[in-house]
Design a protein around this ligand. Structure first.
Ligand code: AMP
Ligand code: MN
Ligand code: MN
Ligand code: MN
Length: 291
């Protein structure tokens, strides 16, 4: 079986636990031929990942996962095949980075008020000198035995209404799609089933996204059930979006999401990689990984 492209993954440049190089090596060992590195709000891991992929004869798709505020919700938009040197994209991401730096300090202050000392310093120490995300706080609190799992930390401390929650006005959908397009990339709605939207709201999100020039939606992802995949395959077909697939791998600590294990896209989807020129020489086998 030829694993289909994995177009969503994280490294230590954001909240993954493997360096870009180690991530690429693991993907190669798992049989992945085409991997996108899509760190949260940063392209800083792409240079290292690209070099590592070249050495292994793998295709590294330069990507990014942009945090977006849509109404009251946070939605993630993945950009694929972006030019990391593009000024519009870099400036947009620089703003997100400032917001993240401010939010991290604020989360630290709020947790301290709640009796959790040293969380900012602890999260920072786990962030490799790169951006500090909520996942770094979650790992620190688990390390302090304040919770049994990162999922529990999110539930008890870091989500809306909880003591360490800090709300941020991320990029608008228009900005995120605009930055990705300015950088020559394709914008993709990440893990749509995670937003808990009614069908009406989902159609509104997709409609606005398409209007702005977004072209794809994740159908197969590490956070979708097989039913979700069929639901969003239908959305992709009916709303004329290209279908994407990505594990959303963050590291080997999380055994239920692994590289190289993605199921094929459901029948009838048009894969986002269909017309890519960056695929391996025997691209037909990759293109055929549908159905
Ligand atoms: P941030 O972008 O810093 O607000 O953090 C979002 C990231 O936190 C996501 O990309 C996931 O990696 C992680 N995350 C979000 N919700 C959960 C959860 N319930 N359990 C574990 N990790 C989560
Ligand atoms: Mn993450
Ligand atoms: Mn995400
Ligand atoms: Mn992700």
């Amino acid at each position: 079986m030829k694993p289909i492209p994995d177009l969503h993954s994280h490294s230590t440049a954001s909240d993954g636990t493997l360096s870009p190089e180690a991530l690429v090596r693991r993907a190669a060992s798992a049989g992945v031929r085409v991997l996108a590195l899509t760190d949260h709000d940063t392209t800083e891991g792409l240079e290292e990942a690209t070099g590592a992929a070249q050495a292994l004869g793998m295709v590294l798709v330069p990507g990014v996962e942009i945090s977006v505020t849509w109404g009251v919700r946070t939605v993630h938009v993945v950009g694929l095949n972006v030019d990391r040197h593009n000024g519009v994209l870099s400036q947009g991401l620089a703003r997100a980075m400032e917001q993240r730096a401010w939010r991290a300090e604020e989360i630290g202050r709020k947790l301290a008020k709640h009796g959790v000392e040293g969380a900012y310093e602890g999260a920072k120490a786990l962030s490799n000198g790169r951006l500090i995300g909520r996942t770094h706080f979650a790992r620190f609190l688990v390390g302090q035995r304040l919770a049994a799992s990162t999922g529990e930390v999110f539930k008890r401390f870091l989500t809306r209404g909880k003591p360490g929650h800090v709300s941020v006005q991320w990029a608008t959908l228009e900005e995120a799609v605009g930055w990705i397009r300015a950088a020559g990339g394709q914008a993709v709605i990440a893990h749509p089933a995670r937003y808990d939207l009614t069908r009406t709201r989902m159609l509104r999100l997709i409609g606005e996204f398409r209007e702005l020039g977004g072209v794809g939606i994740e159908v197969v992802t590490g956070s979708h059930s097989r039913d979700d995949a069929f639901t969003f395959a239908r959305h992709a077909r009916e709303q004329r979006l290209l279908a994407s697939a990505g594990s959303d791998f963050h590291g080997p600590e999380n055994p239920w999401v692994e590289l190289g294990r993605l199921p094929a896209l459901p029948q009838g989807c048009t894969p986002i990689w269909q017309d890519w020129t960056c695929l391996p020489d025997d691209a037909a086998s990759v293109r055929a990984a549908v159905g």
